[in-house]
Design a protein around this ligand. Structure first.
Ligand code: 6PG
Length: 478
């Protein structure tokens, strides 16, 4: 046995991860793919990697030092289950199977239990950063048994991205069984929200602010030097600056305005709904992609509209307003995402350290951003923080954006430019900020039609009013 780590599944992500592993001091990497041709091609294309090529699962297992550690990078779903079964046949107790795909955390919980029953370790690890990240340093979110991290940790640390601020590798043991994939799922939900918010900011700057894509690219590039500094802002500037070589039109005008999705954002919202966690910004981001794809409906509705609102007149302060609205809404997206992570941790019994999660998102992943340092600081100050926006720093940041945020949401409404994520984020903030919510009225309605009872502000207990009779009240829980 000559390899300390193996990779199964050599499509782009697997191949790049294998190359990344091989490039790090001390690693020898065994590789396996269902079709051996791919295995051999990868080894031939990268002789510098010194891959140990294998053609059968048995050969793959024999090539690995114990405890054997294999990272599988195959399609989520059935293909993953099939590979896990095959590995279980040839691996031995104590060996570690790592699923580096975008698996649904429920599946990971189930697989971890099944693999554990066979005496092996199963680690569901979220890996973010796309193809480039896999090759040069992703952010890695492993779950599974803490024990497996003793073997796996140093290997993952060798390939992970490093935070620019302090050079720490962007990987940590997130929690047991499905915790890693849960956190990766929420990462993707935040990614959706971030992208939607940036999209809304662009749309407003263009349609209300009257700026051209190239000018907006300059704005984003400038914003990328401040609080908003992040990978997504950086690439937004690149995309907006690009001119279509064929038509000379701004490239963004050439792309069909229909956003695809592979499902992780939807999972985030489904999970949040089942836990009653209000991730409204992420939800609007998923719905906005949905609306964009309703091509026939968009075409049916457009001709029925005979008058559009007049464009409000704005001055140059609008740009700064949009920046502040984007920043405040982004804080809300993270506040909601972390709320979901901590609610998931409570539901599934994971000991997740939110500050550590913020730290491993500082580099490598799609949502990497400077302000994740601030989030880590906030949870460092108070590990029991109820909400990110209850932290004094973020409370101050949001308060400082307050007026601009409201102007932007109002302007969007006046202008008829959709800004669902901006609006939902602001409403969420206002909900948390309100002394009283109309939920009181809803409880009254529920009690009226279904005797669902209500609590009173002035005394403990559950009560019901006899709505159809004489409206006397009785206590129902005593
Ligand atoms: C990452 C990304 C990646 C994800 C796509 C999918 O962290 O590297 O989140 O894992 O597959 O970005 O997003 P779509 O649903 O938009 O296809």
């Amino acid at each position: 046995a000559s390899a300390n780590i193996g990779v199964v599944g050599l499509a782009v992500m697997g191949a790049n991860l294998a190359r990344n592993l091989a490039s790090r001091e001390g690693n020898t990497v065994a590789i396996y793919n269902r079709s051996p041709e791919r295995t051999n091609n990868l080894a031939a294309a990268h002789p510098e990697a010194g891959f140990v090529t294998t053609e059968t699962m048995q050969e793959f297992a024999d090539s690995l030092q114990r405890p054997r550690t294999a990272i599988i990078m195959v399609q989520a779903g059935k293909a993953t289950d099939a590979v896990i079964d095959q590995l279980c046949e040839v691996f031995e107790p104590g060996d570690i199977i790592v699923d580096g795909g975008n698996a649904l955390f429920d599946d990971t919980i189930r697989r971890e239990r099944a693999v554990r029953e066979r005496g092996l370790h199963f680690v569901g690890a979220g890996i973010s950063g796309g193809e480039e990240g896999a090759l040069n340093g992703p952010s890695i979110m492993p779950g599974g048994p803490a024990e497996s991290y003793e073997t796996l940790g140093p290997i993952l640390e060798s390939i992970a991205a490093r935070a620019p601020e302090d050079g720490t590798p962007c990987v940590t043991h997130v929690g047991t069984d499905g915790a890693g994939h849960f956190v990766k799922m929420v990462h993707n939900g935040i990614e959706y929200a971030d992208m939607q918010l940036i999209g809304e900011a662009y749309d407003l700057l263009r349609r209300v602010g009257g700026l051209e894509p190239a000018q907006i690219a300059d704005m984003f590039a400038e914003w990328n030097r401040g609080d908003l500094e992040s990978y997504l802002i950086e690439i937004t500037a690149e995309v907006l600056r690009h001119v279509d070589p064929e038509t000379n039109a701004p490239f963004v005008d050439i792309i069909v305005d229909r956003a695809g999705m592979k499902g992780t954002g939807t999972w985030t919202v489904q999970t949040a709904l089942s836990l009653a966690v209000p991730v409204s910004g992420i939800g609007e981001a998923v719905f906005a992609r949905g609306v964009s794809g309703r091509t026939a409906q968009r075409e049916a509705v457009r001709p029925t509209i005979t008058s559009r609102p007049e464009m409000p007149v704005v001055d140059e302060s609008f740009v700064e307003d949009v920046r502040l609205a984007l920043y405040a809404s982004k804080v809300i997206a993270y506040a909601q995402g972390f709320d979901l992570i901590l609610s998931g941790a409570e539901e599934y019994g994971w000991d997740i350290n939110p500050g550590a999660v913020a730290k491993i998102w500082r580099a490598g992943c799609i949502i990497r951003a400077r302000f994740l340092n601030r989030i880590a600081d906030a949870y460092g100050r108070d590990p029991q923080l109820q909400s990110l926006i209850a932290d004094p720093y973020f409370a101050g940041e949001v308060a400082a954006s307050d007026a601009a945020w409201r102007r932007v949401v109002a302007t969007a409404a006046y202008a008829g430019v959709p800004a669902p994520a901006f609006g939902a984020s602001l409403s969420y903030y206002d909900s948390l900020a309100s002394d009283r919510l109309p939920a009181a009225l809803i409880q009254g309605q529920r009690d009226f039609f279904g005797a669902h009872t209500y609590g009173r502000v002035d005394k403990p207990g559950a009560f019901h009013t006899d709505w159809s009779g004489d409206r006397t009240e009785r206590r129902t829980d005593a």
